[in-house]
Ligand binder design. Sequence first.
Ligand code: GLN
Length: 480
Amino acid sequence: MKTLLQAAAALASGATTSQALTAHCLTRARADETSAFLTLDEAGALAAARASDERRARGGALGPLDGVPLSLKDNILTEGVVTTAGSRMLEGFVPPYDATVTARLKAAGAVLLGKTNLDEFGMGSSTEGSAFQKTRNPLDPSRTPGGSSGGSAASVAARLCFGSLGTDTGGSVRQPAAFTGLVGLKPTWGRVSRAGVVAYASSLDQVGPLAHTVEDAAALLSAIEGYDAADATSAQHPRTDLSSLKAGVEGLRVGLPKEYLVEGMDGEVAAGVRAAAETLKARGAVVREVSLPHTRFALAAYYVIAPCEASSNLGRYDGVRYGHRAQGARTLSALYEQSRAEGFGPEVKRRIMLGTFALSAGYADAYYRKAQQVRGLIRRDFDEAFAQVDVLLSATSPVLPWRLGEKLSDPLAMYLMDVLTLSCNLAGLPGLSLPCGRAVGGLPVGAQLLGRPFDEATVLRAAYALEQALGLDFAPVGGA
Ligand code: GLN
């Protein structure tokens, strides 16, 4: 059994119980060699499984995910269960409340197994930036699972659970999905509540599902989406209409942004995306080239805006209110300085310095304001493209999963890997990655589909058609 819907069906038919499924997942998770989890909440998971089985036995009301074991990225708050955001700053921090998405999964009946590894505060593309451990790619343990939601991706791809939630600020759900052969969805900004999610860059952050199939990802989206009064930026918008998920792509207009065929792109990645375009065409879609002329400025704009917002968001970690507190400081400013010097890792410090610089008097106009102007142009490019087509198709990452350690010494080389995913966040659009091919050596190639704001339905419909036509399946090393 692999998918979330299969697990839900097995529970519904009585072929298994939540306690049996949960025990199975926990056994696998304890033996996990990818280091996907930072914390396993065995007692909490087994108690939730028992409660689900009792609800079912009683004939009580069941949620859509009732009894299904899932995992959560460790920057999503879980009441009573340690949440670190991958940082020494929050080592041992036990949240007093659940994030809205956590509460919604619980309300849907899900069993939460534990918390998955990430780049510190979500800053990175390989999960090597965690303060605690490195996560391996279940499909090839010498390689990265991507990041920053690499632990979530590994937990699903290694079949330790049936789905996971990650967060995506510049690609952190889609790129790990691409690297591990999964489906990853970043919803429209505002579609899913950010309340109780450790903030990285608030105007870009969104929670999204990682799962084996498009239907699984859609089921997770349904469980977490919708207005939340606890998030001031939460959108009042109708829920995603999944009634046409399987309607096919006849007549669907698909755009291939010519600027997304970037220099240095891996040949096998380019071939996978071409094959995906041909497949959609064969199923009746109308495929044409489009232009997003300001794409070449997106990376620079993102790596100004994200650090600016991060430097502001991370101001709260002062050693006083919560998080790491330095010992032996004699003055208040020494307490701030030492706590932050000890609590934050090198990439986080780099981002804080970049952001503080770009926001400082005399530079804010040249950097922050300029980046915001570029952001407006990027959004306009998308508006113009979506006047001609219904979805955009590209690669998710320009390269295949790289070897652990390969890009660690060069932060800029790591930033460049986000070139195809971050415009989606700058414009607030929905974006999805799904496997579209298998490269030599068995590594997955990820295709990205982007849609109009709040048009997850069309993105999911195109993805479902592609998934069904391609029929790809990726198994972890060492078997399922
Ligand atoms: N790699 C990008 C960054 O470091 C995106 C990370 C993310 O989406 N959380 O900012």
